[in-house]
Each structure stands twice: as C-alpha cells, then as structure tokens.
Design a protein around this ligand. Structure first.
Ligand code: SAH
Length: 209
C-alpha cells in the first residue's frame, strides 16, 4: 500500500474496511471499532482542514488502529497509538504491517491514556461512551485538551451538550460536523440483539489562540 495517495473520502473508507478489528472485545473497555465510513468522515474533515498532512497525531484508545492508520494513509508525519489492551495492540501491529506502514512513522504506547504526555498537533479518538462505566470517557477528554490543538472525536449523540460545554470551558472552539448512525455489532452491549444502530456525532474542537 502506497501511503498518502488517497484521492477521496470513499476510497479511504474502502481501504479502512480492510483492517482487522477486535477478535476478543472486552466489555469493561467498551471495545467496539469505528465504522470505516464514519472513521473516513472524521479523518477527511481533519485532512481538508490541514490537521493531518505532515502533522503529529495522537490516537487515544487506538484499539486496532483505524483512526491512526487512516491518518497515516493521509500523510501524517507521525502517529502515537495509545492503548492499554495488549491484545488489541497485537492486531494493531498486524494491521500496520499489512498496510506496510514504515516503522519511523508511528509509536505504539501500551499504557493508560492518562499516562501519555507527548504534545501533538492533532488528537483523534473514539472513546468508551460511558455505557458500561459512567464517565469512562472523561480521561480522554481531559487528555485531549492537555496535549492537542486540534481535536476530532466520535461520541454518542446524547453527550453533545456535555462535550460542547467541556471543550468551550477549556478554551476551545467547537463544531459538530456530522450526525448519523453507527452500527455496533456487538456481543456484549445488547444481549437481545446482535447489532444496534446508535446515534453518533463527530465533534471538532480547536484551541483558541
Ligand atoms: N480507536 C479504535 C477503538 C475504539 S474503542 C477505533 O476507533 O476503532 C475504545 C478503545 O479505548 C478500546 O480499544 C479500549 O481498549 C481503549 N481504552 C479504553 N479505556 C482506555 C484507557 N483508559 N487507556 C487506554 N486505552 C483505553
């Protein structure tokens, strides 16, 4: 795979759909992969706004890597994949190999995101929505404002007001740039049904000078 030659949002989504996802998702970590179309929506916006190409990126709670790998495909200089689950990281490593991502363009940080301290240009993430454990997204929000200037994230639609308040109170300008549904095919969230559509938003927060 040649890096940074992707010409459309749709092509990016198709490439990202080839990535392997969690083989053994863990309930307490709320591991569910971002849908490739939504990941592409998020990354393409950040890319058009100049926050991906040649930038240093943090992918918080990287899981199997869809957001960070997508950023690399769009020409990021370096991506920090921060993830505390070793099994997810094994799949991430395989995905990086399959996509022939050069070793110097990423670092894998096996740790809790609260321990990560590198300053970056752009932060991307799809946090635990706090369905299993209330406020489990909070450390992600706090870390993002600590380390980044441009932040792009996915969250459930019900969290909109709380997210807007959080980022504005921290001196960021906020835009909700996408509202839609994401299919979560999951084993564990919804016992009666195997899959469920949930309403999600994509939010951008830019630090005010
Ligand atoms: N970014 C991936 C995975 C999203 S699921 C994607 O978009 O597909 C959320 C991920 O955050 C899971 O992989 C989970 O293991 C990880 N995670 C949850 N809490 C974490 C924490 N405190 N520190 C580091 N990783 C965490």
């Amino acid at each position: 795979m040649k890096l940074s030659t992707i010409s459309s949002k749709k092509k990016l989504a198709i490439l990202l759909s080839k990535l392997e996802t969690f083989s053994n998702p863990k309930l307490h970590l709320e591991q569910y992969p971002t849908d490739p179309n939504i990941a592409s929506e998020l990354l393409w916006k950040a890319y058009l706004e100049g926050n991906i190409s040649d930038k240093i990126i943090a992918d918080l709670g990287a899981g199997t890597g869809i957001l960070g790998i997508g950023a690399l495909l769009l020409g990021s200089r370096k991506v920090f994949f921060v993830e505390k689950d070793n099994e997810a990281i094994e799949i991430l490593r395989k995905n990086l190999q399959d996509f022939k991502v050069p070793g110097e363009s990423f670092e894998i940080e096996l740790m809790d995101i609260s321990e990560f301290t590198e300053m970056v240009d752009t932060v991307v993430f799809n946090p635990p929505f706090g369905i299993q454990k209330k406020y489990s997204d909070r450390p992600f929000l706090e870390k993002s404002v600590e380390i980044g200037n441009a932040i792009y994230l996915i969250h459930n639609a019900g969290a909109e007001e709380y997210l807007v308040n959080f980022y504005e109170n921290n001196g960021f300008k906020v835009e909700i740039f996408y509202r839609g549904k994401m299919l979560i095919r999951n084993q564990y969230f919804f016992h009666e049904r195997e899959k469920q559509w949930i309403n999600v938003i994509l939010l951008k927060a830019i630090k005010e000078k």
